[in-house]
Design a protein around this ligand. Structure first.
Ligand SMILES: Cc1ncc(COP(=O)(O)O)c(C=O)c1O
Length: 398
């Protein structure tokens, strides 16, 4: 007899982005050159002053358990960031620091959701949302959006999806995987529905500093009075400071929720790494020119990628307002034979692109939106150039 997997985990879908990345790594280990645009990870090294803060923390003996919900200095710095950047007043006791924003989301779902509660999630959505909601016993209610509307969920569409079981809306702005950035009017209309229907919001704002062109980031709780107590903001250092491996994310929430999430964390994981917390503190309180430098590089790559997609016959994409992804439409190639293999869906497209051309991407179906492919442009221009040359060759191989 073997140990059985629990019923709840039998239904768990592994992360498609990490799975594609693992496949790419496997090919690399066989000696192949692989162009990996699958994972949402800045290619920059963590800025030196942040690494130094980690080293100094170790030397200074910050290598012990901390308060489970994070060191007070970091909580204070996070609260101050939201005051300085967005004019929002938070007490440090409303901050919970976790092992990455992914862990923050887990804490939120397990702290606030009961079985069969509904959470409205506009699609395409980040792969983890639906799985984590299901793990908590609640139900993700997926609202499709259209490329022609820049993948934005309208307030009217949101309102139509609300049922007596609806508890919250999960809004990722700027969006992974589409790069959509909502403007303040669109967000205000959504906020009005939230208030009218007495709902709550999880505002995943992890890409708040990565916004391009005329787009402006608006933090959800700033939209009207009363929203702050209905919103749990999620953010972290992974994307803004190229700190994916350090694993530091956080929430800003009403005090009661923060206290419970801290208690949950004290039983599940204890504190996030003490060293990483000191590095994150240096990231938030130190010089910010590294953020501007990385944004400039991302902007150049984003413009390059937009040009390349426009130049490939049959591919389209909507404007990439923020984050570092392009979600391009491959519907013109479904039902066609590429490199001798018939392609019927985005998963086959991505697998064949990886096998035939060694370019790793992620299928739209993983984000709840068939007919699209996500590419992360958090890679050097040389890699992007080679990858898009290969993507062009692939789609022209009919
Ligand atoms: C929308 C979104 N939220 C949260 C995360 C989690 O980030 P981390 O756990 O590295 O802080 C990611 C990472 O890909 C993301 O894209």
């Amino acid at each position: 007899m073997t140990i059985a997997i629990s019923k709840i985990l039998q239904g768990l879908e592994p992360s498609a982005t990490l799975a594609m990345s693992a496949k790419a790594k496997e090919l690399k280990s066989q000696g192949k050159t692989v162009y990996d645009l699958s994972v949402g990870e800045p290619d920059f090294v963590t800025p030196q002053h942040i690494c130094d803060a980690g080293t100094n923390a170790m030397k200074a003996g910050f290598t012990k358990y901390t308060i489970a919900s994070g060191i007070p200095e970091l909580k204070k710095a996070i609260a101050e960031k939201y005051k300085t950047d967005y004019g929002l007043e938070y007490n440090p006791s409303q901050v919970v620091v976790s092992n990455g924003a992914k862990h923050s989301l887990h804490n939120i779902f397990f702290t606030t959701l009961d079985p069969n509660d509904e959470v409205i999630v506009p699609a395409p959505y980040w792969v983890t949302y639906a799985e984590q909601i299901k793990l908590s016993g609640a139900i993700p209610v997926i609202i499709p959006t259209e490329e022609s509307q820049n993948f934005k969920m309208t307030a009217a569409r949101f309102e139509r999806a609300i049922t007596p079981k609806t508890k919250m809306l999960l809004l990722c702005n700027p969006s992974n995987p589409t790069g959509t950035v909502y403007n303040s009017k669109e967000l205000s209309e959504i906020a009005d529905v939230v208030l009218k229907k007495n709902l709550f919001v999880i505002a995943d704002e992890i890409y708040d500093k990565l916004v391009y062109g005329n787009n402006r980031f608006v933090s959800f709780p700033t939209l009207s009075a009363g929203l702050q107590e209905r919103t749990i903001v999620v953010n972290g250092v992974s994307k803004t400071y190229a700190m994916t491996g350090w694993r530091v994310g956080w929430t800003l929430s009403p005090e009661k929720i923060a206290k419970k999430m801290g208690e949950l964390q004290s039983q599940e994981t204890s504190n996030p790494s003490s060293i990483s917390q000191h590095a994150a503190l240096a990231a938030l309180t130190g010089p910010q020119n590294c953020v501007a430098e990385m944004l400039a590089a991302f902007t150049e790559r984003r413009n390059y990628v937009a040009k390349r997609i426009a130049g490939i016959n049959g591919l389209t994409c909507s404007e990439m307002g923020g984050a570092f992804y392009v979600f391009f439409n491959i519907k013109n190639y479904l039902g066609k034979t590429l490199g001798g293999v018939r392609i019927d869906n985005s998963e086959q497209f991505c697998l064949e692109l990886l096998t035939q051309k060694q370019v790793a991407t992620v299928m739209g179906s993983a984000f709840g939106c068939e007919g699209y492919v996500r590419v992360s442009f958090a890679a050097g221009l040389d890699i992007l150039k080679e990858s898009f040359d290969r993507i062009a060759e692939f789609v022209n191989s009919q």
